[in-house]
Design a protein around this ligand. Structure first.
Ligand code: SF4
Ligand code: SF4
Length: 392
């Protein structure tokens, strides 16, 4: 049995001195930053910069964590670039960085920011869902000496959690990410795609910012949870397994982790995960609310086609909140959104329930809802499971 080390530290604030102390302890069991970054290296840092929200909303990796990791790399003699390509701020990336504090953090640390859209692209071929696909990633990925993945600890309406494995999906620039939802619309097949893609990426070090995490309607509109945690590992799968363990979620219930297990990539069970720094019990977070896999993904296609009017799960608008900015329409891979005088309108027959629109909405004007019939079916299913468990 292989054992994967997962370093865990507690940190209760984003104050720079608190972060510096916690990150130093976090990386010590892995040999410190010097074991990953050598003088003269070019280092790419890939945080989660999903959206133009105040970092206190926990929708993005906090700039204070990025700043500290970047500073350590610069001090180790590296040239550091920090980048992402959030579709929500396409074309306005610099403005977004200034507003959210990423620009100031990068400047203070001595790193450069770069928007993935401005880079050349390299094709990446791999097998997923029974066939070979080609996607395009940023060329810089293959020109640097080290890649540091800094994920945010968050839930996700489609894939349940969005951690270190899914953060690598952001290496596909801009709107082309959303098109993969159209190719693989169901949660299971899309999660397989994410895991198969991430498995190709040469990542050196993975860190997860869980000082403040997000539960509920993630990855952009959930509740902020003071979880006071930082994770680090050479394996992105170990990070996501650790996330599951501290919030009491079975990895078998997370579709990306099910696929990682099939790939024999990273720890397959909690027994293969070695917590260092804090034990799982010491790091435990109570009451963390993880959304279920979208119920529509569990229903066979034929039933969905026959009963689309009655059985659906998808986005619903909060009309008073919508500012009619049109970002949801721009990202929608299924052309299922119109912007009308009353705000965004969703065409249920076209919608593939990918929830990209929720991700990019700047004002949380979109919620996920199930039709009454589907909600009833799920309640009965939950009740059945509950009765079965009580019988054991
Ligand atoms: S739902 Fe959100 S993203 Fe769509 S138009 Fe309204 S405010 Fe913009
Ligand atoms: S309407 Fe929203 S959930 Fe439906 S396909 Fe478009 S982006 Fe995805």
């Amino acid at each position: 049995m292989s054992i994967f080390q997962l370093s865990v530290q507690k940190c209760s604030s984003y104050q720079s001195d608190a972060i510096a102390a916690a990150v130093s302890k976090l990386l010590a069991p892995l040999g410190g930053i010097e074991s990953f970054v050598k003088p003269g290296f070019r280092v790419l840092i890939k945080p989660n910069m999903l959206t133009c929200k105040d970092p206190e909303k926990a929708a993005t990796t906090h700039p204070a964590v990025i700043e500290e990791i970047a500073r350590l790399c610069v001090n180790a003699g590296a040239k550091v670039i920090i980048g992402d390509s959030p579709p929500a701020v396409f074309g306005r990336t610099e403005e977004f960085w200034k507003k959210t504090g990423f620009f100031a953090a990068a400047t203070r640390s001595g790193a450069d920011l770069f928007s993935f859209e401005t880079d050349s692209k390299s094709p990446l071929k791999f097998f997923t869902n029974g066939r070979e696909v080609t996607t395009h990633v940023i060329k810089t990925l293959f020109r640097v000496d080290a890649v540091i993945n800094i994920a945010k600890m968050k839930t996700h309406n489609l894939t349940r959690i969005t951690g270190a494995v899914k953060n690598l999906f952001g290496l596909i620039p801009g709107f082309s990410k959303a098109q993969w939802h159209k190719v693989f619309p169901r949660a299971e097949e899309f999660s397989d795609f994410i895991a198969d893609f991430a498995h190709q990426i040469p990542v050196t070090l993975n860190i997860m910012d869980g000082i403040e995490s997000m539960d509920g309607q993630g990855p952009a509109g959930g509740r902020v949870v003071k979880s006071n945690l930082l994770f680090a590992s050479t394996s992105p799968v170990a990070i996501d397994m650790g996330f599951c363990q501290v919030v009491g979620l079975e990895p078998s219930e997370v579709p990306t982790l099910r696929r990682c297990k099939q790939l024999n990539w990273g720890p397959k069970t909690f027994a293969e995960l070695q917590f260092v720094g804090y034990t799982p019990d010491e790091a435990k977070i109570s009451g963390f609310n993880v959304p279920r896999t979208p119920p529509i993904s569990m229903i066979p296609d034929i039933i969905i086609r026959l009963a689309r009017r009655l059985v659906w799960a998808g986005p619903v608008l909060l009309p008073d909140t919508c500012i009619k900015c049109g970002r949801c329409r721009q990202i929608c891979p299924a052309d299922a959104i119109k912007i009308t005088a009353g705000g965004a309108e969703f065409e249920r027959n076209l919608c593939i329930s990918c929830f990209c629109c929720m991700e990019v909405c700047p004002v949380e004007a979109i919620e996920m809802k199930s039709s009454p019939l589907l909600a009833l079916g799920l309640r009965l299913r939950g009740l059945k499971r509950h009765l079965r468990q009580n019988k054991k």
